[in-house]
Ligand binder design. Structure first.
Ligand code: SF4
Length: 253
């Protein structure tokens, strides 16, 4: 790749992306231009799978990464392998620094996230945010994410494209499905027979998973609960006090 010829990421790229209507075309243009410096980062949830499918359908090489906190559901690990087989790709597992994890566990215990919001954020930073930052810092110019506006109150203003600054570098973050509805997502998945994590389709006495993170911090939801209710459920009492229940992957950088 002609890496040295790539222009520095700036707001002009946001403008260019906003002019393209079809998510497929955005993926095509960006992967063609940036090659391995563009990446889909997904935890294997619905929108991430749609983006991966679209990139595959474009017929040009594309790159997919996932943050493996080492605490994901067994079903998620198995599912990622299934996705790799379906699309003939290798999903890069970005893992936390084990020395950092050991230090955290020795200081605060394995289950520190139950203690306080601060400790939950510390754990999320160690297991999720730091590995993501390492990935972005090393070699990424374009980051595709599956964020959608209808996923939570905190995500209502998610843009189609934005510049995120990291350690003096600018990264173009693109949310190609930013304005899709849940129905659009489900219809597209059905129409194209896109693989879904089995946990996201199972129903247990009316309870279901709407999104998946680490195994202990993600619980199934009851009908009528808000979409982030299953995450860090013990913090639900603090939501009205402004707790946005985010792990920091998308909103700290
Ligand atoms: S979701 Fe829970 S276990 Fe996973 S990184 Fe965050 S606090 Fe830690």
């Amino acid at each position: 790749m002609a890496e040295n010829c790539l222009p520095e990421i700036n707001s002009r790229f946001c403008y260019e992306v906003r002019q393209i209507d079809r998510p497929q075309e955005i993926l095509f243009q960006m992967f063609k231009r940036f090659e391995e410096r563009a990446v889909i980062i997904t935890s294997g949830q619905l929108t991430g799978m749609i983006i991966t499918h679209m990139a595959h359908e474009n017929g040009i090489p594309f790159r997919v990464c996932t943050i493996d906190t080492l605490r994901l559901f067994p079903e998620t690990y198995t599912f990622l392998e299934k996705v790799e087989a379906r699309y003939g790709i290798q999903i890069e597992r970005i893992k936390p620094d084990l020395e950092n994890v050991d230090r955290m566990v020795n200081l605060h215990g394995e289950f520190l996230f139950f203690d306080s919001k601060d400790k939950q954020e510390h754990c999320c930073h160690t297991r999720k945010v730091e590995p993501l930052e390492r990935l972005l810092r090393e070699n990424i110019d374009v980051w595709f994410s599956g964020l959608r506006r209808d996923q939570s109150e905190n995500r209502r203003s998610v843009p189609k494209a934005q510049i995120v600054e990291r350690k003096g570098r600018s990264i173009l973050k693109i949310n190609p499905l930013f304005d899709w509805t849940e129905k659009q997502v489900r219809d597209f998945i059905k129409e194209h027979d896109i693989p879904i994590n089995p946990l996201l389709v199972s129903r247990m006495n009316g309870q279901f998973y709407d999104s998946l993170g680490c195994i202990i911090c993600t619980t199934p939801m009851l009908p009528g609960e808000s979409r982030r209710a299953g995450r860090w459920r013990w913090q639900n009492v603090q939501v009205e006090e402004g707790n946005k229940k985010e792990c920091g992957l998308h909103f700290s950088i």
